[in-house]
Ligand binder design. Sequence first.
Ligand SMILES: [Zn+2]
Length: 239
Amino acid sequence: MTDDAAAAPICLALPLPGPGDDRTGGCAAARAVNGRPLHAAALKFFWGPMDCGKSTMALQMNYNHARQGRRGLVTTRIDRSLGPQVTTRIGLAHSAVEVTDQLDLRDLVRDAWAEGVRVDYLICDEASFYDLAHIEQMADLVDNFDVDVYAFGLATDFRSCLFPAAQRLFELADEVARIQVEVLCWCGREGRLNARVVEGRVVREGEQVVIGDTVDSADVRYQVLCRRHYRSGDLGPRA
Ligand SMILES: [Zn+2]
């Protein structure tokens, strides 16, 4: 591979349905075109480094929408609790649907509707760990089911490269927002990148997803660093 090829953006688009494929399956949107105007659902991606409060914001958004009488579902994948719930570093928790490889987010909504449970929106936490197919399903839910999808996740992995699902969200989302709670590097600069730390050293190679924590005692831990110290691998005076 040449350097030019390595630098070229990777296309992550999955094949789209042809003219004969009905992906809407009698959903709300199909009824909407017969009368009720669509409310213009949106796919929004909120991103930031570890510890910036993504899960807290996800639960706050769920609370805000529920308070206005809207009904939603919360999904997650590889939450730090390793259970089917969204947990936050500041102590909030909420039950959630675990997103597996087999789960189709559209079926999740259809099944809820079949049971008479309204679904106006999805809150998708840890979305950078979802499969590319899940991101396409999010777009489908917005466009054909009139369901809002709010995705939260990391943009980049420990190598500072985009997670495939995050890349696809950047490409497809109606709105992309960096979460504004600043995480500081040990030097006081803004923390931007998630360093993986094994035995006290920043590692640059390995599996894209390895469960770890941000506490100092973990075997594999993550530390948010500014770009300068991420690139130099300097973990600061405490390391
Ligand atoms: Zn720094």
